[in-house]
Ligand binder design. Sequence first.
Ligand SMILES: *Cc1c(COP(=O)(O)O)cnc(C)c1O
Length: 412
Amino acid sequence: MSQVESYQSPLHAQDPEVAGWLQREDRRQSESLTLIASENHCSAAVREACGSRITDKYAEGYPNRRYYAGCEVADGIEELARSRALELFGAEAVNVQPHSGTTANLCALLALAGPGGKIVGMSLKTGGHLSHGHHKSHTGTVFDAAQYGVDDRGLIDLDEVRDVVKQHQPKVLIAGGSSYARKIDYTAFAEIAREHGAYLLADIAHPAGLIAAGVLPSPVGIADVVTMTTHKTLRGPRGGMILAKPDVIKPINSSVFPGGQGGPLVQQIAGKAVAFAEALSPAFKDYQKQVLDNAQYLGECLVEHGLDVVTGGTDNHIVLVDLRKAPMTGAEVEERALAAGLAVNKNAVPGDPRPPMVTSGLRVGTPAITTRGFGRDEVKTVADILGGLVRGEDPEKFRDTVKALCEAHPLP
Ligand SMILES: *Cc1c(COP(=O)(O)O)cnc(C)c1O
C-alpha cells in the first residue's frame, strides 16, 4: 500500500527490525478500522513535525526564559503553539508542555491541591480516568481522593457530586471522564466547587476536539483549569495541555517545569502547533460535526440490532454498549471484533458485575473512522458487523467487507 513506508528509507537500511515493526503498524492501522474512542489518525503534517530534528533540542524553561543556549527556534515553536491554542479554545493562559494527559493532571492537581491535598473526581469504574484519584494512580496515593459515580441510568448525579464534595471538602473538584457519553454541566460543577471553596478542573481529554469546534459546550472560562490530551478527538500528536485562568497559571507552570518534567518535547509541541492550526480551519468543524453525527447514528443502529446503549445514546463521539443482557462479555466481543478487523475496546458499564479484564460493555468511538471519511452508510455497515458479532456470527465472514471499507478510505 502507498501508505506503507518505502524500503529505501534510512531506518530500513540501518535497522530493518524496528522498521519492520513500524511497517507492520502502518499495515495494521490501514487494514483495520479503529473504533477505539481515545484514538485517531493525525495528519501527515503532524507526523512530519514530530519526526523532525528539533527532537535533539533541550529547552528547559519557557520561551525567553530557558536554561539552555540556542533556544530561539524552540521559543518560536512554543509561542506559536501557545497562541494557536489560546485562539482555538478562547482561553487566557496555557501550558503546552505536558508530555501526556496524566502528567497534565498530576501537575495541575499538585499546583492546586498540594501534596496530600484533597481531591474529588469520577470513579474509574463509572467512566472517570485513573488520573482522577484512582488508588493505583499517583493521584490516588499522593492526594486524599474521594470519588463520585453515576446513577442507575448511567448519568452524573449532581446531588451526589454535591454530597461527596460537602463531605470531603476537597481543594479540587474534577469534571470529565473517559467513557462518559453525555454532556457535562460545567456551570453546575463550578457552582458546587465554589460553594465549598474548591477549584474546578475540567478534564476534556476525550471531547477536546468537539469542544474546540463548538460542537459541545466548553468549560473554558467556567473551570479554573482545563486539562486535555492532544491526540484523541483533537487529532494532534500524543501529548497533553493545560488551559488556566490567569490567577493560577503561575503555579501550574512551575508545577509542570521544574516540578514534574524536565525538557519539553519540542517536536511534540511543533506537532501540537500544526494540529491547532488544522483545528482552527472550517474543515475541522465539519469533521467534528460528522464525528458526532456518526456516533449518534451508530448508537441508533446498534439499538436496532437489539443492543442496549448506556444512557440510550450519546452527545459526543462515544457509544457505550451494555452487554449485560447479551450472550457475550466485553472481552469476547473485543476479541471477535479484532478477528473481523475492527479494533474496539471492552469497557465496564455502570453496575458491571464482571471484572475489569472481562467487563460487560464495549466502548465504541467514531473519531478515527470519521477521519478516514466515514459517513452514515459506512457507519451502518460497521453497526451491522458489530450486531452480527454479538449474535455469535463468524468474524471471518466480515473480513472482506472490512477490507473493502479500508481500501476505499485510506489513512491520512
Ligand atoms: C486519556 C485520558 C487521560 C490521559 O491521557 P494519557 O495521555 O494517556 O496520559 C486523562 N484524562 C482523561 C479523562 C482521559 O480520557
